[in-house]
Design a protein around this ligand. Sequence first.
Ligand SMILES: [Zn+2]
Length: 97
Amino acid sequence: MQEQFHNEGVEITAIYHCPHHPDFTGECECRKPRPKMLLDAAQTYEIDMAHSLLIGDSERDIKAAIAAGIGTTVLLSSQEVLSTQASRVVQELSCLY
Ligand SMILES: [Zn+2]
């Protein structure tokens, strides 16, 4: 994935993931919609969350972003979205241009 982004001129600074699953490891602080991974990144890289944009493909992503104070949220969904807290809903990323 990083190579694909690199080939398009985008450098990824860091990748975060939650290695847990509530059915196997119990609840954790890093699994979305909890905002811990976003807050960790904000602290490590001094990210201005209010002026940041999060693109996610689930409402859990959007809820985590809002809890982390991210200013703009975009829900990427190929299906009709009846209810979301996202700032915008797009069917594909090219809609953001
Ligand atoms: Zn976790």
